[in-house]
Write a protein that binds this ligand. Structure first.
Ligand code: MN
Length: 249
């Protein structure tokens, strides 16, 4: 039987509320990442958050590909900006952890899929910047923090021809969910914008060459995977890409 690839998913910390264990820290990822990876043919492992860089590097050596999961706002001093008033909650230690995961995976030529915050980490970790809040880009008019159930797509995207997403969606158009109040500002060197919403916000980026396969998705395909065929195709194509790249190495 064909070996299924090991997909490491970056974890975060959940604080217990109330009771004797109030403030207790637990490692976690949302269950829909796990289920999306399994359905697409991968073997998921949570990569627990920690602050030991050499341990984080070893964690990456043990996986075939990395998924950077969603979460807090990226701390703006990473891209050289002071925190502005509309910045949301941050977790700078996790930024450091995620960027170590990202850079190690890229150094080792292991595929990376970043989702929401993970997509923003890919850009900031490679020298790009973010708008700390949508309000700082006056051209944006679409509701990117939807008040509709998590798996329901609410805005359209236009997809770049020839990109990773091109053969997943039909006629260069897609419908995605949206749970973000930050977006990419300056694009990191070596990356291409491959999807935008109708107000011009960058919704997906890629860097694909002989060494690196890095894909950033601003929406949440793992939340839509339960009911959306295009999200299923996206995960399937990612896992198949990991298999192909593994067999070529
Ligand atoms: Mn959006």
């Amino acid at each position: 039987m064909e070996k299924k690839p090991i997909i490491g998913i970056s974890g975060s910390i959940l604080l217990t509320e109330g009771g004797i264990f109030a403030g207790y820290r637990r490692s976690y990822v949302n269950q829909d990442y796990i289920e999306s990876v399994i359905e697409a043919g991968g073997i998921p492992f949570i990569i627990p958050f920690n602050t030991n860089t050499s341990v984080t590097v070893e964690q990456v050596k043990n996986i075939d590909a990395l998924i950077l999961s969603g979460g807090h706002d990226v701390f703006p001093l990473i891209y050289g900006e002071e925190p502005k008033q509309a910045l949301g909650e941050t977790f700078p230690e996790r930024d450091y952890f995620d960027i170590t995961l990202l850079k190690t995976a890229m150094d080792l030529n292991k595929p990376v899929l970043g989702i929401c915050r993970g997509h923003q980490i890919i850009n900031a970790g490679n020298g790009g910047s973010l708008y700390q809040d949508l309000s700082y880009n006056k051209e944006l008019f679409i509701k990117h923090s939807q008040s509709t159930k998590w798996n329901i797509p609410t805005h359209t995207i236009t997809i770049e021809e020839g990109s990773f997403l091109d053969d997943i969606y039909e006629k260069n158009e897609g419908m995605v969910n949206s749970f973000h109040h930050q977006i990419i500002n300056d694009l990191a060197d070596g990356f291409k914008v491959i999807a935008r919403s109708k107000d011009g916000a960058i919704e997906a980026i890629e860097k694909i060459n002989n060494r690196n396969f890095v894909l950033g998705i601003q929406w949440h395909p793992e939340m839509m995977n339960i009911s959306d065929i295009f999200s299923k195709k996206l995960f399937k194509k990612f896992i198949n890409t990991v298999k192909e790249r593994n067999s070529n190495n």
